[in-house]
Design a protein around this ligand. Structure first.
Ligand code: AMP
Length: 221
C-alpha cells in the first residue's frame, strides 16, 4: 500500500455502496474491496472460509470479526491495492474499524475519508427486492430502475442474473437491524476521527456519483 485514495464506504444494505465503489475504483485507479463479494465467491467455491461464512450470510448475521479482518488484511497486501483502496462493506463493527486502523498504522498510512451514503429504509427495501446480481461478473441491475436489455441476462457479460438469497424480504429485515445495532455506531467513530462525510444516497446513479466525488473533494487524491 502507498499513498492514494483510501476510503471506507458506509451505509445500509442497498445504499448503493457497491455501485459507487466500482465507479470510484475507475476514477481513482485503486482497488475495490467488497467483503460481501469475497465471501459470496468463497461460498460458491465451497472453500473452508465459505463453509464457515454461509451460515451467517444466509440469516443476515455478521461473520465473526477475526475471520473478516484476516481476509481484508490479506487482500490489502495485493498489488492492485498499492495506490489505495475503496472498502465496501468493511468495517461493519467498531472492532473491525479499530483493526483496520491498526493495519494501516503498521503501514504508516491512514484513511482519507469514511463516506456515509444515507438512504431511508423504505427505499432500501424497494431496491433490494428488485436487485439482481450477475453470477459471472458481479454487475448489479434492478428489475425496475435499471432493467437489463434481456430479462435474466447481464448486459455487461451475458451471464445469468440472480437474486441473492439474503436480498429476500425476511433476511433484509434482519440485515437492517444488524446495520443499525452494529454498524451505525461507526458513523460516530469516524466523526470523532474527523473523517466522516455524508451524502444523500437517493436518486440516479450518476447524480449520486457526483455527490460522492464532491464530498470526497480533496480528501481522496
Ligand atoms: P454485503 O454484500 O456487503 O451486503 O454482505 C453480505 C453478507 O456478508 C453480510 O450480510 C454478512 O453476513 C457478510 N459480511 C460482509 N461483510 C462483512 C463484514 N465486514 N463483517 C461481517 N460480515 C460481513
Amino acid at each position: 500500500m502507498a499513498a492514494g485514495a483510501r476510503v471506507v464506504l458506509l451505509g445500509p444494505p442497498g445504499a448503493g455502496k457497491g455501485t459507487q465503489a466500482k465507479l470510484l475504483q475507475d476514477t481513482f485507479g485503486v482497488c475495490q474491496i467488497s467483503t460481501g463479494d469475497i465471501l459470496r465467491k468463497a461460498v460458491a467455491e465451497k472453500t473452508p472460509l465459505g463453509q464457515e461464512a454461509s451460515q451467517y450470510i444466509s440469516r443476515g448475521a455478521l461473520v465473526p470479526d477475526g475471520v473478516i479482518v484476516n481476509m481484508v488484511a490479506a487482500r490489502l497486501k495485493e498489488k492492485d491495492c498499492e495506490s489505495g483502496f475503496i472498502l465496501d462493506g468493511f468495517p461493519r463493527t467498531i472492532p473491525q474499524a479499530e483493526s483496520l486502523d491498526a493495519i494501516l498504522q503498521r503501514e504508516g498510512i491512514a484513511l482519507n475519508a469514511a463516506l456515509s451514503v444515507r438512504v431511508p429504509n423504505d427505499v432500501v427495501i424497494e431496491r433490494l427486492a428488485g436487485r439482481r446480481t450477475c453470477r459471472n461478473c458481479g454487475a448489479l441491475s434492478h428489475r425496475v430502475f435499471s432493467p437489463p436489455k434481456k430479462t435474466g441476462v447481464c448486459d455487461r457479460c451475458g451471464g445469468e442474473l440472480f437474486q441473492r438469497d439474503d436480498d429476500r424480504e425476511e433476511t433484509v429485515a434482519n440485515r437492517l437491524k444488524v446495520y443499525s445495532d452494529q454498524t451505525a455506531p461507526l458513523l460516530e467513530y469516524y466523526r470523532q476521527h474527523g473523517l466522516l462525510k455524508e451524502i444523500d444516497g437517493v436518486g440516479a446513479v450518476g447524480d449520486i456519483n457526483a455527490r460522492v466525488l464532491a464530498a470526497l473533494g480533496g480528501a481522496a487524491k
